[in-house]
Design a protein around this ligand. Structure first.
Ligand code: SF4
Length: 135
């Protein structure tokens, strides 16, 4: 798979850019509706993609090698689906032919996410912002 093909798997939903809380005792990760301030809501892409690892040290670079260990990735994520040998959903841009289908299907975080730049004390807010997806 080329780099471009790998990148095209990302549907730009923005879910992995949401802040998360981990319960280490239960081995469970909770997503919140607070998203990294670098996410561009229109495109669903990182505004500082090339330098994101320096700007956000815990931002993980996805690879074929680490996807199987990232059990907390959203169930709808193409990388997660591919790792499990599943098909891409019909709303995925590679199937629909348009990136608009992600928002139309309600998969994008753009309708509910709040940028972390809007909070003065992010750590204190996270628990109040836990969400759950149905998929
Ligand atoms: S959750 Fe997966 S498909 Fe969605 S933005 Fe993140 S890497 Fe891309």
């Amino acid at each position: 798979m080329t780099r471009a093909e790998w990148e095209s798997l990302c549907d730009r939903c923005g879910k992995c850019c949401l802040h998360k809380l981990e319960d280490e005792d239960r081995g469970k990760v909770y997503y919140t509706n607070i998203v990294c301030g670098l996410l561009d809501f229109d495109s669903g892409q990182c505004t500082r993609y090339a330098e994101r690892s320096q700007l956000v040290p815990d931002c993980i670079t996805l690879s074929i090698g680490n996807i199987p260990q990232l059990h907390w990735m959203p169930g709808s994520c193409a990388y997660h689906l591919i790792a499990e040998g599943k098909d891409l959903p019909e709303w995925h841009p590679l199937c629909s032919g348009t990136p608009d289908s992600v928002k139309a299907a309600g998969v994008s975080v753009d309708s509910y996410a709040i940028p972390d730049t809007e909070f003065n004390n992010l750590e204190q807010e996270l628990e109040r912002h836990i969400i759950e997806w149905l998929e």
